[in-house]
Design a binder for this molecule. Structure first.
Ligand SMILES: [Zn+2]
Length: 406
């Protein structure tokens, strides 16, 4: 009877080991598939990124062209301005000359009129007057000749003044025409410049949008690369676990014993329906930040951060295999990820430097101390950042730890 029981037990153990290695192989190939998928996505994103960058540099070149066109137009406008100023001065001078000519003409006309009136008053003007007033025919001829010659000279002078005046007037009109042309040309160049500025503004907006796209794609690539790093760690851990599971298997069946031992060190913490205990000792379990920050931003974890928590032990909340134990300079700082036998993953972050006592591939038991609470990485004060993730344990599979804790 005892032998039969032993035989059955032997078969059961072999079956368990066999099933477990099949499950591990499946997990490993699943992980590898997931990693390949991510790599495909990374390749696509990189191609997308280089397209965006090419497009951006194209638009940037267009902006440079527009800039040089605008500069060119601006210097042409400055030239026109100088010419217009010059013409304005010439027009002013012409106007001055015109005023002078007008004054001269007016004065001469006045003199001529006065002479005419004087001659009329003295009776010298009409031919009859000349005849009647002349003592002799010779006297008559000379008087008349004198008077008419005087009138002739006046007329000629006035005519020449009029001609001068007309010439200045014409010159002034020419200058005004030239100025009007330059004004037109300046206005059209200004309107072209304004249009170029509008186009340039549009191109600048386009560049800003492309830069934003570039940033987002880069962030996507970084996230995927980070995810693949985690997957790599899991694969490594799964391999180590598979190698270590055969001799250590019997001790696993003594889980309850292990956790009882751990429970003593955790201050007799209760076990939740998910089989988890608290990751920090009693008295340090105040949750200072939940799944969301007070700002409303997503946190995806709980922080145990009440006063004096610094240096407190961090416990594995359940049995499992360590898949990550490393230090990041930012982000999580010193952190550990454990893959539990129930398919859940837990993450413990910001531990003190030098306090991690487990490495990837190690088996841990519930309540076992794995690290001490610290403030490494992206942290403003000592606290334990604690995450629970569902299978396959990605960053995007985070769930509320409160639902899994006692
Ligand atoms: Zn946190």
């Amino acid at each position: 009877m005892k032998r039969i029981i032993l035989k059955i037990m032997g078969v059961v153990v072999v079956l368990i080991v066999l099933l477990q290695s099949i499950a591990m192989a499946a997990t490993q190939s699943e992980l590898q598939n997931q990693k390949d998928d991510n790599q495909d996505k990374i390749d696509d994103a990189k191609e997308n990124l280089s397209n965006v960058q090419e497009q951006k540099s194209g638009v940037q070149e267009e902006i440079n062209n527009l800039d040089s066109q605008i500069t060119d137009y601006q210097s042409q406008i400055a030239d026109l301005d100088a010419k217009i100023n010059d013409l304005n001065t010439q027009i002013e001078e012409a106007q001055k000359k015109l005023d002078e000519a007008q004054t001269q003409y007016d004065e001469n006309q006045k003199l001529a009129e006065e002479r005419l009136v004087a001659m009329q008053e003295s009776g010298d003007v009409s031919y009859l007057d000349f005849i009647l007033s002349s003592d002799s025919i010779a006297d008559l001829i000379s008087s008349y000749y004198l008077a008419s010659e005087l009138a002739q000279a006046d007329t000629e002078l006035l005519d020449s003044l009029q001609t001068q005046k007309d010439e200045v007037e014409k010159a002034k009109a020419d200058l005004e025409n030239s100025k009007a042309e330059l004004d037109n040309s300046k206005a059209s160049k200004e309107s072209v410049t304004a249009q170029l500025e509008v186009v340039k503004e549009e191109k600048n907006t386009e560049v800003a949008k492309l830069s934003e796209d570039e940033k987002q794609i880069q962030a996507q690539i970084d996230e995927l690369a980070e995810a693949n790093k985690e997957i790599d760690a899991k694969i490594q851990a799964a391999i180590k676990a598979a190698q270590a599971s055969k001799p250590s298997k019997p001790s696993n069946s003594g889980n309850t014993g292990g956790s009882t031992g751990g429970a003593t060190s955790t201050g007799g913490g209760a076990v939740s329906s998910s089989g988890f205990i608290y990751p920090v000792p009693s008295g340090y379990r105040t949750i200072t930040t939940g799944m969301y920050y007070s700002s409303g931003a997503y946190h995806g974890a709980v922080d145990f951060g009440s006063g004096g928590v610094n240096g407190q032990p961090v416990y594995a909340v359940a049995d499992g295999t360590v898949i990550v134990s490393e230090r990041l300079s930012g982000s999580y700082g010193n952190y550990i990820i454990i893959m539990h036998d129930n398919g859940l993953f837990t993450l413990y972050a910001h531990g003190q430097d030098g306090s991690r006592t487990v490495s990837a591939g190690d088996r841990v038991t519930q309540g076992q101390q794995i690290m001490r609470v610290g403030s490494t990485g992206n942290s403003t004060g000592p606290h334990l950042h604690f995450e629970v993730r569902t299978s396959p344990g990605n960053y995007s599979n985070r769930v509320n730890p409160k639902d899994y804790l006692p």
